[in-house]
Design a protein around this ligand. Structure first.
Ligand code: DUC
Ligand code: ZN
Ligand code: ZN
Length: 493
């Protein structure tokens, strides 16, 4: 057997991290980044495999920290159609090498551990890329809170709570319980910030006037409803003096509220998603029921100015991370898909019952890179490095540190070598029957994706070439953005 110096060499990449860009070769050994060397200096070094990047961007693999797979029907009748096999194939085809999915606690269960075990069972042996889980806390019993320490031991360091949805919504005192426990155990709390009571009331107002079509989903959730909940979440975090991450921020109003808190030095982090960079109310106001494809929560906002506000928030650091919120439902399915909201008396459907969510794990990186709005280092920061830091897997993930980082890479095409082409659902690997980005032109797509040194996606030679079950659970530590703190003291107020 040949004794190769490296298992794989990537020649002549425009190697781009959150900090730097430079033209390098990369040597990979035992699944890790082993060496960065000047471009083409490793051309005659022995290696089992050589990939010539031809000057293209080579980036740490994408980390998508907000993905829904194989979830029970939490959002009405909608049933997520991707499992860990199809969802992670879609991830690697789009350049994402680590995903963090959700393990939802059933409200009737006082414990969190069953939810974690269920998610582990679904993922293990099925995934094509590495993965971890966030626990969704829908019933913060004393038992559930005491289990945060066990989650940490098992390498799970984040939980999500909801301020809306009947099956999930927590009261403010319950959120405070979660935040206090999160502070104690070094857990990061993600918050879905929409005022559930306001939106129920708005929905009833619209329904009383028979305004039921998909486009009224946006009307039912004005920006102030997200803004109010965001402000309240920040206040709760301020009381407990512990960091929070506001997920899927859609509106400039919420972004301004977050920025204001950050300016005061508060540890408030925020996530946005491609749907809030590219989609607007117009995408829900389509003939017939088509608009249902873009129904997600919070909703796409009114127009170009709102999209610009979200791009600005990415550029100025208000948003720490950019995730997909991949939440795939079938469109053409009247039982567990979008069309389950259509009834005989409402042929255009009732927006209240449209499953909330859109697929997007595969399109996240290519749509945003192709838009050419972010400096490449910023792109890597928000799509890979910061999610890895925020959720406690840096620098194993999200970095290219020799001897330290996993050899997870996204290798793009040399700039301007691809003819611009439209995204089509037929070319994607998820199980959804549509993409909200159908027809959107892109100029880039991952040419190769590597997970721990193995090529798992080779667009021009076989597409998905990784193996089912290769993906591993990644044990996570404390967030890099969350420091050890003394015990919280109510008496100081
Ligand atoms: N929140 C999510 O995070 N995903 C889908 C639906 C929702 O409201
Ligand atoms: Zn949410
Ligand atoms: Zn989500």
């Amino acid at each position: 057997m040949t004794d190769w110096l490296f298992d794989c060499i990537v020649l002549d990449g425009t190697v781009t991290t959150a900090a730097d860009i430079g033209r390098y070769d990369i040597g990979i050994k035992d699944g890790k980044i082993a060496l960065l060397a000047p471009a083409r200096s490793l051309a005659s070094t022995s290696a089992a495999r050589v990939i010539d990047a031809e000057g293209a961007y080579v980036m740490p693999g994408g980390v998508d920290a907000h993905v829904h797979l194989s979830e029970p029907q939490l959002f009405g009748k909608g049933k997520s159609v991707d499992d860990y096999s199809s969802g992670t194939q879609s991830a690697i085809a789009g350049g994402t090498t680590t995903i963090i999915t959700f393990a939802p606690q059933d409200r009737s269960n006082p414990s969190l551990l069953g939810a974690l075990e269920e998610a582990e069972e679904k993922a293990s042996g099925s995934a094509y890329c590495d993965y971890s889980f966030h626990l969704i806390v829908s019933n913060p019993t004393r038992q559930a809170l005491d289990e945060f320490a066990i989650l940490r031991e098992r390498g799970v360091s984040s939980v999500k709570v909801y301020m809306t949805y009947e099956a999930l919504q927590l009261r403010d005192n319950q959120i405070l319980d979660v935040l206090l426990q999160a502070r104690t155990d070094g857990v990061t709390t993600m918050i879905h910030a929409e005022n559930g009571d306001m939106l129920t009331w708005m929905t009833e107002q619209l329904e009383s006037r028979m305004l039921l079509a998909p486009k009224y989903h946006v009307t039912s959730r004005p920006q102030m409803l997200e803004g109010e909940a965001t402000n309240r979440a920040i206040t709760l975090s301020q009381l407990i003096e512990t960091p929070i991450l506001i997920v899927h921020v859609s509106s400039p109003l919420a972004a301004a509220t977050i920025r204001n808190a950050q300016t005061k030095g508060l540890p408030i982090y925020a996530e946005t998603c491609p749907q809030y960079l590219f989609l607007t109310r117009k995408d829900l106001d389509l003939p017939g029921f088509e608009g249902a494809k873009c129904v997600c929560s919070p909703p796409p906002r009114d127009g170009e100015e709102d999209l610009e506000g979200i791009w600005t928030g990415l550029l100025n650091g208000t948003f720490t991370i950019l995730s997909s919120d991949h939440c795939p439902f079938l469109y053409d399915d009247a039982v567990t898909g979008k069309k389950s909201a259509i009834t005989d008396d409402a042929p255009l459907g009732r927006f209240r019952y449209i499953p909330n969510g859109c697929p997007g794990v595969e399109t996240r990186l290519a749509t945003v890179l192709s838009a050419d709005r972010l400096p490449p280092t910023k792109f890597v920061e928000v799509t890979s490095t910061n999610p890895a830091k925020l959720y406690g897997i840096y620098p194993q993930k999200g970095a290219l540190m020799p001897g330290v980082s996993d050899a997870d890479l996204t290798i793009w095409y040399p700039t301007r070598s691809l003819e611009p082409f439209p995204i089509t659902n037929a070319s994607l690997h998820h199980s959804a029957d549509y993409t909200p980005f159908e027809g959107r032109m892109v100029t880039q797509w991952p040419r190769y994706t590597l997970v721990r040194g193995e090529i798992v996606w080779d667009r021009d030679n076989g597409g998905i070439v990784g193996k089912k079950g290769y993906g591993e659970f990644v044990k996570r530590g404390r967030s890099a953005f969350c420091q050890d703190q003394p015990a919280w003291d109510v008496a100081k107020f």
